[in-house]
Design a binder for this molecule. Structure first.
Ligand SMILES: CC[C@H](C)[C@H](NC(=O)[C@H](C)NC(=O)[C@@H](CCSC)NC[C@@H](N)Cc1ccccc1)C(=O)O
Length: 329
């Protein structure tokens, strides 16, 4: 068995990618953010305070004949951007891309931070990280993918995120036609719950890759490519108008400037992110100053290959072999 779900950018800056997920009987369809950087499936629900829930699609367990309260279980999660949510837990049938998991832990939010309240394009997250990262207590729950893996043709999923167009999350198979290049595989370290890996080097503007390795995580739930200051500086030294903008908390530049590409080595392949993909968006509607897709990871303490990097590739999250595959698109 396999599954295939379309995913769409949430806005003109590709801030998030939205995928429809069916929960319960009859199906309640919610727009969710698939997040390989976390391991909890949580949703806005009938239990979310009305003041926080307005504008969001809600899951109502009471309207699902297959919903069961996981009594005594609660969850609470904090994200790198200081956003957070918490609540209680149900189990219900969850269908993604035509594949159903009958008894999936669906974490219902009784509290959500302002970032989520304001982000009305999504009604929750589907954690696609490793189970060790799940935050349900007293008994941690499995992710949807972990529950599905044994029934899928292959215990893997792929992410094909695209700039301003529809992409896909495929489960149980690799559609190699989505990529131009060969898939390069490298070991994945799931010990922290993330999809951790090491890139073997990098270069700016198509130069030969150096051999300075970069260890980080592949995180579909993070918009940017977040790397160490020395690499960020090496890149923006090639962008004449680049400067750090305190209010934007990042490097900005003239939207009219042509940006160099950024490449990194992984699994014997080279992934090149075009300059266009590294110009994320004007800092505000109609501005001629643009915000960079590559920013510093110094404040977080971990390097994050977020959507800006993932958009350049077909990425294989191979749980069965504990490895990540990357192919140029
Ligand atoms: C460092 C951040 C906290 C403290 C840390 N939490 C994490 O690492 C969580 C699981 N993952 C995340 O905060 C990040 C990975 C950060 S690596 C430190 N990914 C998921 C995030 N982008 C999800 C999201 C999506 C849309 C809107 C907001 C947030 C922890 O629990 O220890």
């Amino acid at each position: 068995q396999t599954g295939s779900a379309n995913t769409n950018p949430s806005d003109s800056a590709d801030d998030e990618y939205i995928t429809s997920v069916s929960i319960g009987t009859p199906a309640q369809v919610l727009p969710l953010d698939f997040d390989t950087g976390s391991s909890d499936l949580w949703v806005f629900s009938s239990e979310t305070p009305k003041s926080s829930a307005s504008g969001h699609t809600l899951y109502s367990p009471s309207k699902s004949s297959t919903a069961k309260k996981l009594s005594g279980s609660t969850w609470s999660i904090e994200y790198g951007d200081k956003s957070s949510s918490s609540g209680d837990v149900y189990t219900d049938v969850v269908t993604i891309g035509g594949f159903s998991v009958k008894t999936q832990a669906v974490e219902s939010a009784t509290k959500v931070s302002t970032q989520f309240v304001q982000d009305t394009v999504i009604s929750g997250l589907v954690g696609l990280g490793f189970d060790v990262g799940n935050q349900v207590s007293p008994r941690p729950q499995k992710t949807w993918f972990s529950n599905a893996a044994n029934s899928l043709a292959e215990p893997l999923f792929t992410a094909d995120l695209r700039h301003q167009e529809t992409g896909s999350y495929n489960f149980g198979f690799i559609d190699t036609s989505l990529a131009k290049g060969t898939i390069g595989y490298t070991p994945a370290d799931g010990s922290e719950g993330y999809w951790g890996f090491t890139a073997t080097g990098y270069s700016v503007g198509g130069a030969k890759l150096n051999r300075n390795s970069i260890t980080g995580i592949a995180d579909t739930g993070t918009t940017l490519l977040l790397l160490p200051d020395n690499i960020v500086d090496a890149y923006y030294n090639n962008v004449e108008s680049a400067q750090y903008d305190d209010s934007q908390e990042g490097v900005v530049f003239d939207c009219s400037e042509d940006l160099p590409s950024f490449s990194f080595g992984v699994g014997g392949q080279t992934i090149t992110i075009s300059g266009d993909l590294l110009n994320l968006t004007p800092i505000e509607e109609g501005s001629s100053t643009c915000f960079g897709g590559l920013q510093s990871s110094a404040d977080i303490g971990i390097n994050i290959f977020g959507d800006v990097a993932l958009k350049a590739a077909l990425v294989v999250f191979d749980l069965g072999n504990e490895r990540l595959g990357w192919a140029q698109k």
